[in-house]
Design a protein around this ligand. Structure first.
Ligand SMILES: [Zn+2]
Length: 445
């Protein structure tokens, strides 16, 4: 028997203008019909929700969400201190928060161990609530790439989110191993931004164009796709030439490099939320003032670059880098849309398409991203109109209902879980304790 969501304002995610919804007809978890305008339901129809006065739209998609990161406050927390077992359980817990925020699918571009795959499969198996997941494994990186976080005398760590590769043979082996272990796509750290290399901010390429092509060709030969973290414009161009499927960040491109990306039609996930949260509210989260200042400059440059990229016609996907303490799970997944509207100059409708149809490219565009016949009935129902105020999508109080495969998600918040001191680091103190902090100087007698 079919189920129906009726009435309300339909935003179908395709970019089409909002229209009055008659009904979404759902069978076996999938949308089988979308009717707009005035229409009369057949007698005896099972109505899941009457959305009169509300907005009915696709469940949001976060194209950049690191489920295994554990809301990390530091790279050591992200890469070292919790066990693989604890990380996997913690990730399943966090996945529920993401879903309850109205995010019905995520793309996880890399994390520690093989946790993304395990969480994806446990959710799919029905053990835990969470979004649909397309996931990478550990990022392929080099000594100048993101995710090779520790000094060269330490080297790559087995629990780290990066797999350090030094030559094409290492790269091929890592791609094959990850595909064997079930990843949906390969993640490459095509650039690096460690403060040792770029003290004032900036980005350096991590692979040669030839190495990127070796990775992309082998990944494609095995029937998977490959996504790249690329902030340096040179790295972006090398990714385009090597056949990388989509790119994250791109914030140090020149206008000419933006134009090349637009011509290539390769989608870009700018992931400005991470920068914006640090620039705007980093001090509230305990970031150092120096870091906040550096990120502020970086954010300004990024906005300038990405405004040009948008004008040039680059296709944007919404992603947030959720998984850090500055971007905790379930909190900021819809902020990217606000940034696209306020800072990049998009209409709210266009921004919504970036978080639905466009972002579905990084997950499974055949089955999610729009409210159209044949897709999963992954539906977000919000009180109010996000076309008037895009920020309502960030407010939990505005989220009226979430459906995943036609099943209504329980939105009741769970009791918060505690964080253990050992998750963070083997930290001894927050700052120095000089003698005079305890015993102020006394005048000499
Ligand atoms: Zn990321």
């Amino acid at each position: 028997m079919a189920d129906y969501i009726v009435n309300g304002r339909l935003i179908d995610g395709t970019g089409a203008a909002a229209a009055p919804l008659a009904w979404l007809k759902i069978e076996e978890g999938r949308i089988v019909e979308v009717a707009t305008g005035a229409a009369k339901l057949p007698d005896g129809s099972n109505v899941l929700l009457d959305a009169a006065g509300m907005t009915v739209m696709p469940g949001l998609i976060d194209a950049h969400c690191h489920l295994s990161y554990g809301d990390a406050r530091s790279i050591e927390e992200q890469d070292l201190y919790a066990s693989a077992e604890y990380r996997a359980l913690r990730s399943a817990w966090h996945a529920g928060k993401v879903l309850r925020a109205g995010v019905t699918s995520v793309s996880d571009p890399g994390g520690s161990w093989n946790i993304g795959v395990a969480v994806r499969d446990a959710i799919k198996a029905g053990m835990y609530e969470g979004p649909r997941i397309a996931t990478a494994g550990r990022y392929l990186t080099t000594s100048t790439g993101l995710a090779d976080y520790f000094p060269s005398w330490v080297g790559g760590v087995p629990s780290g989110v990066g797999a350090l590769t030094h030559n094409c043979e290492d790269m091929l082996t890592e791609v094959r191993r990850q595909v064997k272990n079930g990843v949906d796509f390969i993640k490459v750290a095509a650039s690096g931004e460690s403060p040792m290399m770029t003290p004032g901010g900036g980005s350096v390429p991590a692979f040669t164009r030839g190495e990127l092509a070796v990775i992309a060709d082998e990944t494609h030969r095995l029937g998977r796709r490959v996504a790249a973290h690329a902030r340096s414009g040179v790295a972006v161009i090398d990714c385009i030439d090597a056949g990388i499927d989509w790119i994250m960040h791109g914030d140090y491109m020149t206008p000419q490099q933006c134009d090349r990306l637009a011509e290539s039609a390769i989608p870009l996930c700018p992931t400005l939320t991470f920068l914006a949260n640090t620039a705007d509210w980093g001090l509230l989260a305990g970031c150092s003032p120096a870091r906040v200042e550096r990120v502020k400059r970086n954010y300004e440059t990024a906005l300038e670059t990405l405004r040009h990229a948008h004008k040039a016609g680059v296709k944007f996907m919404c992603g947030t880098d959720s998984g850090f303490a500055i971007t905790p799970f379930g909190e900021w997944h819809a902020r990217e849309m606000e940034i696209f509207v306020e800072q990049i100059g998009m209409s709210p409708l266009e921004a919504i398409s970036c978080a639905t149809k466009n972002a579905s490219f990084a997950v499974d565009s055949a089955n999610v991203g729009t409210l159209q016949a044949g897709k999963w009935a992954d539906v977000l129902v919000v009180d109010g109109n996000p076309l008037d105020d895009i920020r309502i999508l960030q407010r939990k109080t505005s989220i009226h209902a979430v459906f995943q495969g036609g099943e209504r998600v329980d939105l009741a918040p769970k009791k918060p879980a505690q964080k253990w001191a050992w998750e963070r680091a083997m930290s001894i103190s927050g700052h120095e304790l000089p003698y005079e902090a305890v015993y102020p100087p006394v005048p000499a007698p």
